[in-house]
Write a protein that binds this ligand. Sequence first.
Ligand code: GLU
Length: 280
Amino acid sequence: MNARRIGAAVVATGLAVGLAACGGGGSSTGSGSGSGSGGTIKIGIKFDQPGLGLKEGDKYTGLDVDVATYVAKKLGYAADKIQFVQSPSAQRETLISTGQVKLVVATYSITDARKEKVSFAGPYFIAGQDLLVRADDTAITGKDSLKGKKLCSVTGSTSAQKVKKDIPDVNLQEFGTYSECVAALVSKGVDALTTDNTILAGYASQAQYKGKLKVVGAPFSTENYGIGLKKGDTALCQKVTGAITAMISDGSWQKAVDTNLGPAGFKPGPGNPPTPAACS
Ligand code: GLU
């Protein structure tokens, strides 16, 4: 317990320092036109979600990274002009509205509440909320078998919000990132982790967790992943929507899905590939 708390504190401190560093030099990119005249573009992704957004050394991988890279290229930014910025769930709206990032591509569900603060292009993928448990757990079979259990999720996510609304009598513990929840699950500090099935499949397939964790496989929500951008920037939204549409129609979307989600054995559910909505 103590060790975990210290670990969480260290992670939180690291994030704060990282954000402060970004705030210092973020203004010029924030006002960039997207024309790609030699400048860089800051894009928010997750750093700790294998298959979606993962940072290992100076290498970034995942479906969100590939979508971000494809979209940036269409906006005029080559891959080496992208600066990826860590965007934990609870910080995404702020990172966009303060101009610290131009786009957020970070397993970011389109919701009406978020639309009050940011605009979205997409969806570019449809996921569903599910549960990750220890491999030997036979008691937790879905969202209706969580009574009295310790359930981990992340602050500012739709996953935590849905638990509070729809799953009574569960002991919800909110952390800053899903990787902290995975560590707590493995060390038996919590009984389950809930978030999108895409994210859970990525953790379950990691070498160090193989045979130790399993996805329950009973999704109970629809998560439409969008690309977040400054509220009301319809011109940018339309360009990003065009890029997503092109990525789906030219086969790059399927390739990115196979490359990034295939290794975890994840098969996209119904509705994929989606048709992006019109920008409003
Ligand atoms: N897609 C959900 C959300 O946007 C859960 C995953 C996440 O927190 O990034 O809140």
